[in-house]
Design a protein around this ligand. Structure first.
Ligand SMILES: Cc1ncc(C[n+]2csc(CCOP(=O)(O)OP(=O)(O)O)c2C)c(N)n1
Ligand code: SF4
Ligand SMILES: [Mg+2]
Length: 290
């Protein structure tokens, strides 16, 4: 699906200083491989800033702007407006931000961007906490996960980013996963052609914060989809489509107990979470059939 020439050329340098097994690096490389050189990247603080670099050294071989945690979407919208004013409608403006930057600190900026209909492709890499500053819980941290601010396990459910975007009337939104890269690439291509705002919400493993062996990143994220802890779906033409339906769901504990952050959960709590997750999955399936 992606432009192989561009991937071979590599828009991100080798030897970046993300942790071993980091899902963010896989997402970033693949998104840029699809979009190609004619892209401006807007990235806030967070682990993605590792790609912006330090001082006068950068890991990106294309133009980028390091914004604040509050204003990724507003900065991207401003760059889009500037390019449009210059008659440049061909360059893709990519906002690329973590979950904390998206569902917490930058959500009003994202809300404004979608409401105004700004033509920005917004990718949220969701590693389910504020990883870069020491694994603090965000409102995208799943219930039950232990973080440094929720050491006994987060007591509340996560926000639903895609449903928030749908409620704003976004033309295109999709979830994706590092374990299903052709699906991610297809969605990035589609989103880049939307004449308005688009959003891709990517499940992004973080061995450092989730506490699992780095070699298991892809397997773990695949299990998230196979248990319905993460559902691959799209919102397009005002309809929901499920992109992958496991023949039979795996037990949720196969996914949860492979990670240290869920080790404190009791069997009752796991059963409750399983019920909640399967309920949400069924509601999505029903919405897709409507
Ligand atoms: C307004 C504001 N609050 C806090 C910070 C400190 N800070 C820098 S990066 C970061 C974590 C961002 O988390 P997320 O967006 O999930 O990205 P991740 O680190 O997980 O990649 C925080 C809290 C900041 N830069 N600005
Ligand atoms: S802390 Fe997590 S998201 Fe950040 S670089 Fe390390 S593995 Fe990647
Ligand atoms: Mg994060």
């Amino acid at each position: 699906m992606y432009n192989e020439k561009t991937l071979a050329k590599g828009l991100v340098s080798h030897g970046v200083n993300t942790c071993a097994g980091c899902g963010l690096e896989i997402v970033f490389r693949n998104v840029l491989a699809v979009l190609g050189e004619d892209t401006v990247v807007v990235a806030p603080p967070g682990c993605v800033a590792l790609f912006s670099g330090l001082d006068d050294v950068t890991n990106m071989k294309i133009a980028g702007y390091q914004c604040n945690l509050e204003n990724t979407a507003a900065s991207a919208a401003g760059i889009r407006a500037g390019l449009d004013a210059l008659g440049n409608t061909h360059t893709t403006v990519l906002a690329f931000a973590g979950d904390g930057a998206t569902v917490d600190i930058g959500i009003q900026s994202l809300s404004g961007m979608i409401e105004r209909g700004d033509r920005v492709l917004y990718v949220c890499y969701d590693n389910e906490a504020y990883m870069n500053t020491g694994i603090q819980g965000s409102s995208s941290t799943p219930q039950g996960a232990s973080t440094t601010t929720t050491p006994a396990g987060k007591s509340t459910a996560r926000k639903d980013l895609i449903q928030i975007a749908i409620a704003h009337g976004i033309p295109y939104a999709a979830s994706a996963s590092v374990a299903y890269l052709p699906d991610l690439q297809k969605k990035v291509k589609k989103a880049s052609r939307v004449q308005g705002p688009s959003l891709i919400h990517v499940h992004t493993p973080c061995p450092t914060g989730w506490l699992f062996p780095p070699a298991k990143s892809i397997e773990l994220c695949r299990n998230a989809v196979l248990t319905a802890a993460w559902v691959l779906y799209e919102w397009e033409n005002e309809k929901i489509a499920i992109n992958y339906t496991p023949e039979r769901l795996l037990p949720l504990e196969d996914y949860l107990l492979a990670q240290g952050r869920f080790k404190g959960l009791t069997q009752e709590e796991i059963a409750e979470m399983q019920q909640m997750i399967v309920g949400k999955y069924r509601r999505l399936l029903a919405a897709a059939e409507m």
